[in-house]
Design a protein around this ligand. Sequence first.
Ligand SMILES: Cc1ncc(C[n+]2csc(CCOP(=O)(O)OP(=O)(O)O)c2C)c(N)n1
Ligand code: SF4
Ligand SMILES: [Mg+2]
Length: 321
Amino acid sequence: MSTAAECLLRLYDERHELEDYQSGVPRWCTGCGDNAILAAIQRLCRDEQLRPEKTVFVSGIGCSSRLPHYMKTYGFHGLHGRALPIAEGVRMARRDLHVFVNTGDGDCCSIGAAHWIHAIRYNMNMTVFLHDNQIYGLTKMQASPTSPRGLKSNTTPRGSYLEALQPLTVTLGVQNVSFVAQAVDWIPDALYDIVSAAFHHRGFSFVRIVQRCPEWLPKHFESFLHDTERVQLLHHEQGLTISPSLAKVYKNTLHHDPSNLDRAREVASIIDPIPVGILYRNSDVPCYEDLRTTGQDRTPALIKAELEAEFDKFTVWPSSP
Ligand SMILES: Cc1ncc(C[n+]2csc(CCOP(=O)(O)OP(=O)(O)O)c2C)c(N)n1
Ligand code: SF4
Ligand SMILES: [Mg+2]
């Protein structure tokens, strides 16, 4: 008979299969790009053998933000626009966890835009997936900041008046940016490679995933899907390589050095063809959580002494008789 400790050790040594990361049946529409993103993420967890109890998915509100429900890990389905500050709190308190964020274009680039800018600058170690379907999906088709000019929606019946905000160029314009990539939901091999590269980067890894919403924008990305020239695969010795099977289908490629920030900004501004791959990576940017603790031996006794000193400042001592 095994002891309880032996049973626990065996559990810890157990290999995790895909189903160990799967939870429930996704409620997304058939053909929704969120399904492909979920599949890539579950595959990453299995391949990296992430311990479910050491992994957390944080989201805001939206169709895309339902993703944590479908992961058999820890999850936090937060408030609209607030995924990033919640994830920062998790990261600050629990450095031992793998922190992932799933956010929509409304969630990140509209109501959550201020948090997005500051999260880039703080460069905390987390992997962020922007599911960009260029529309508010959950609330039934309102224009988002990334909706293209002219797009008709419930809030823009005569067509959207403004040029779309470009999440990649915004991210690349903020101090301390350290990892920026772009993927499309309909090329699963490239999506997986990009998700994996983002996970392996230490810092704030931002991946914009162009995501189909067949419910509200059924034909929106159709032409990009069928004309393979309208996707441009980025490759480099310091970035990703293109597999022979992908190279057979996608002939439009670009040799792009991800250490070149100026060039990354130029590539990020290209809308057609869609650049797919790693645009920028800089592993030397410090993470905020490391800066906060460097050189400090914060033992519980020290923290207690500091707290006591702080409280003492406000203590009202009884006056002597
Ligand atoms: C404070 C607040 N404002 C508005 C809403 C309504 N709301 C819920 S989801 C959403 C937009 C979702 O769009 P997006 O982030 O692009 O996610 P998608 O559904 O497209 O994945 C809005 C406006 C809300 N839940 N909370
Ligand atoms: S409404 Fe759009 S984004 Fe939401 S689940 Fe359906 S297809 Fe996906
Ligand atoms: Mg959206």
